[in-house]
Design a protein around this ligand. Structure first.
Ligand SMILES: Cc1ncc(COP(=O)(O)O)c(C=O)c1O
Length: 392
């Protein structure tokens, strides 16, 4: 018998909702997927001109550089510079994705069994990333009544002796909230005092729905109060996850940031995972982000307005939670059914696919999450049916 590592002993049986969905698909009934957040399937701007940029003949040569090609790292620094955030290109590491970068940071910071603090609610990938690195996740709450503010007292209580890092998703997915400046300062102080690193996932950082109020922090990049790793990449910045290029911008007290870079260089050198053509094309790809981001923001704002109007017209008890940014909307729904019950009913009766809130670790039952990226016409039709169904 071959031994498979216990960390891969996942329960891969289909869950109830997957079965419900498979049954609905088998009937041939049309379904509208309100969880669709793959930007390449949402009828946005044609990405072929950007893909063509990968054809530079210089990409025929292989001259690997562990932290990334200098021109690509400079382009990442230029991206922050354009947002008014000066960072040092020498403190940038390229990876194939932010998901890979998380794995590298867990290798860098945590021994087997060490803990990383994660926000709840938030993005559901952490469980797998942590499991693959043999680390433990300890959730800390965001307080909904205070606009998903970090509960610092609870965070401090959650951070035990094995805690090594605090993850923040900024703006958060799915709640779409940017942290307040004083909240970021308190987090940074706490991290520095306790010798914790901050890992800040800013993949949605360019997608504030409007001007950020002055009390909100646009980015953690370049902050030096605590060892800070800011993650982002092309999957959201130019909506091209298929290009497989992400990055980490490292900052903090100089000696710590320098040592982190040296160690990260060895980790990155072990994999050399970013393809040369995409690194060489990065300056031009990043330079093309304006129209892509404007198209997405327009889509997201339009869909959000349509969703709000549909909910208002239906007159039910469903409320859309406020968001500062991102690609999702969270609905607080009547508790006549639990979340699975709503999801099942919406698939069966309306042909609509939505996420249950518990996917994102919402603290209690009664939430559904929808993507704001789907094409406007099917989204509008689906939003009206969704709102009407949730109100009866
Ligand atoms: C908050 C957040 N971080 C990271 C990712 C994954 O990004 P990447 O494609 O760079 O791994 C996603 C994908 O949806 C996300 O929502």
């Amino acid at each position: 018998m071959v031994h498979f590592a216990a960390r891969t002993g996942w329960d891969l049986t289909e869950n109830h909702l997957t079965q419900v969905l498979a049954e609905a698909r088998a009937t041939g009934k049309p379904l509208t997927d309100l969880t669709e957040s793959n930007p390449t399937r949402c009828g946005l701007a044609d990405a072929t001109p950007l893909v063509a940029l990968l054809g530079d003949p210089a990409g025929a040569r292989y001259e690997p550089s562990a932290l990334g090609h200098p021109s690509a790292r400079a382009a990442v620094a230029g991206y922050y510079e354009a947002r008014g955030i000066p960072i040092d290109p020498a403190r940038v590491v390229l990876s194939a994705s932010t998901s890979e970068a998380y794995g590298w940071l867990f290798k860098l910071l945590a021994e087997r069994g060490d803990e990383v603090l994660i926000p709840a609610p938030s993005y559901p990938l952490f469980e797998f990333l942590a499991c693959l690195e043999d680390i433990t996740l300890t959730p800390y709450p965001l307080v909904r009544e205070e606009g998903y503010r970090v509960d610092l007292d609870a965070l401090e209580r959650a951070a035990g002796p094995k805690a090594r890092a605090i993850i923040l998703v900024h703006p958060n997915n799915p709640t779409g909230t940017f942290v307040r400046r004083e909240e970021a300062d308190a987090l940074t102080r706490f991290a520095a005092e306790r010798g914790l690193a901050l890992i800040v996932d800013e993949v949605f950082g360019d997608y504030a729905h409007g001007p950020l109020p002055p009390d909100r922090l646009p980015s953690f990049a370049g902050r030096d109060g605590a060892l800070t790793f800011v993650l982002s990449g092309l999957s959201k910045v130019v909506a091209m996850p298929q290009l497989k290029l992400g990055w980490v911008a490292v900052s903090g007290p100089d000696a710590l940031a320098r040592e982190a870079m040296q160690r990260l260089e060895v980790i990155a050198d072990t994999y050399l995972s970013v393809a040369t053509p995409v690194q060489l094309a990065l300056p031009r790809i990043l330079a093309a982000r304006g129209p892509v981001q404007r198209a997405i923001l327009e889509r997201v704002r339009q869909n959000l307005a349509v969703l709000d109007a549909a909910l208002a017209a239906a007159g039910g008890a469903t409320r859309r939670l406020p968001v500062d940014g991102g690609w999702y909307a969270v609905l607080q729904v009547p508790r006549w059914h639990d979340e699975d019950g709503w999801v099942e009913l919406l698939v069966r009766d309306e042909g609509l696919i939505v996420h249950p809130g518990y996917f994102f670790d919402m603290p209690r039952d009664g939430f559904l999450v929808v993507s704001l990226l789907p094409e406007a016409t099917p989204f509008a039709d689906a939003a009206h049916r969704l709102a009407a169904r949730l109100s009866r």
